[in-house]
Every structure is written in C-alpha cells, then in structure tokens.
Design a protein around this ligand. Structure first.
Ligand code: ADP
Ligand code: MG
Length: 198
C-alpha cells in the first residue's frame, strides 16, 4: 500500500447528510472553526468544475439544473482528489452532501475509508423550500428555484433517505433537528462533536 493509501485509511470521515437547504454548509463552517476539520462539499466541488467552463462542467451543470444526481464516478473522483490534497493538513474530513444514494456510500467506503459517523440534519420540506428560495435571491445557483427545489426534495426522499436508514442500522447516525435557528442547531452539533475522540 502506498503512503497516500495508508493515510487515506487512517483518515476520519463524517458524512454530513440532509435535504437541500437543511443547513449542511452553514453548520460545517461552524465545525471547521471549532474543530479544525477539512470541509468538502460535493456540490461546491461540482460547481467549481462548472465554473472552469470545461465540457465536463457543462454536462454536470445540465444535470444539476434538473435537480438530478450526477454520475457517481464524477463526484467520487473529485472528492478523492480533494481529500488526498488536504491530507498533509488534517486527517479529519466533513464530507457534505455525499453520499446521496446508497451506492455512493458503498463505493466511497471501499475505495477510501469507512465513515466514522453520519451527521443528519432533519428538516421539513416546507422549511427547506423557504430557506432555498431565500438563498436563491443571492446564490446565483441554477438549482435554487421553485421547480428545481421540488425535484431536489423528491431526489432526497427517494434516493438519499435509504442511505440514512443504511447507516442507522450500523448505529452511525447522529440525527439533529435543524428546524430551529442556526445557533440552536449548532449547540446540538457541538454536543455531538465534543463527545467524540477525533
Ligand atoms: P445546505 O448546504 O444543506 O443546502 P445551507 O447551509 O446552504 O444548506 O443553508 C441554506 C440556507 O438556509 C442558507 O441561506 C442559510 O443561511 C439558511 N440556514 C441554514 N441553517 C439555518 C437555520 N438553522 N435557520 C435558519 N436559516 C438557516
Ligand atoms: Mg450546501
């Protein structure tokens, strides 16, 4: 096994899962500030690829516009590269917005490392929708509009919810109600983070 592969196997990964607008990015920023994790958002990595203007980026953008999931290989490759390039700085990673379907989790864990925990932000569709419509006023994101939000919520319920059940059966899921304000949610998140030996 190469040095990098060994380092990958020794890294700690927390999957951060929740519907669109559940507050994943917001809470990950707090965790980074207090716990020094490296935060990797699959959506941000994909949007960076789109910004590069590449042919691949254009293909990805068309899928995101429809509120669908991009092919697993695309995301997994981007995540793995990002983890490897941050390994010199930390061994603790927040993987935000991934896995979004069961197969993504299985492949990540066999190719990189099994996750330590899953942090799940539980929020009603109504709350997610209103937060996303608000975010859409300034985000410039192609998917923060009413029609795409509906599709993204469907995708979440149909494809991502089974991921949560899968990890619940392994006793790895920490569910946080994220219906309340940002600070209140973070109080719960911090309790969980504080209780762990990273
Ligand atoms: P995600 O990364 O899960 O899609 P974000 O962290 O981008 O979600 O949050 C979506 C929007 O909702 C942002 O504009 C953010 O400011 C707002 N937001 C996040 N968490 C809360 C909360 N607990 N209460 C109110 N607004 C929130
Ligand atoms: Mg996000």
């Amino acid at each position: 096994m190469s040095a990098t592969e060994q380092d990958l196997k020794n890294s700690k990964v927390v999957f951060v899962i929740g519907g669109p607008g559940s507050g994943k990015g917001t809470q990950c920023a707090n965790i980074v500030r207090d716990f020094g994790f490296c935060h990797l958002s699959s959506g941000d990595l994909l949007r960076d690829e789109v910004k590069s203007g590449s042919e691949r980026g254009n293909r990805l953008n068309a899928i995101m516009e429809k509120g669908e999931l991009v092919p697993m290989e695309e995301v997994l490759g981007l995540l793995k590269d990002a983890i490897v390039s941050n390994l010199t700085k930390t061994k603790c990673f927040l993987i935000d917005g991934y896995p979004r379907e069961l197969e993504q989790g299985v492949r990540f864990e066999s190719e990189i490392v099994p996750c330590t925990n899953v942090l799940y932000f539980d929020v009603s569709d109504a709350t997610m929708t209103s937060r996303l419509l608000e975010r859409g006023k300034s985000s410039g994101r192609v998917d923060d509009n009413e029609a795409t939000i509906k599709k993204r919520l469907d995708t979440f319920h149909n494809q991502t919810k089974p991921v949560i059940s899968f990890y619940e059966r392994q006793g790895k899921v920490q569910k946080v109600s994220a219906e309340t304000g940002i600070d209140q949610v973070y109080t719960e998140v911090k309790k969980f983070m504080d209780s762990k030996q990273w």
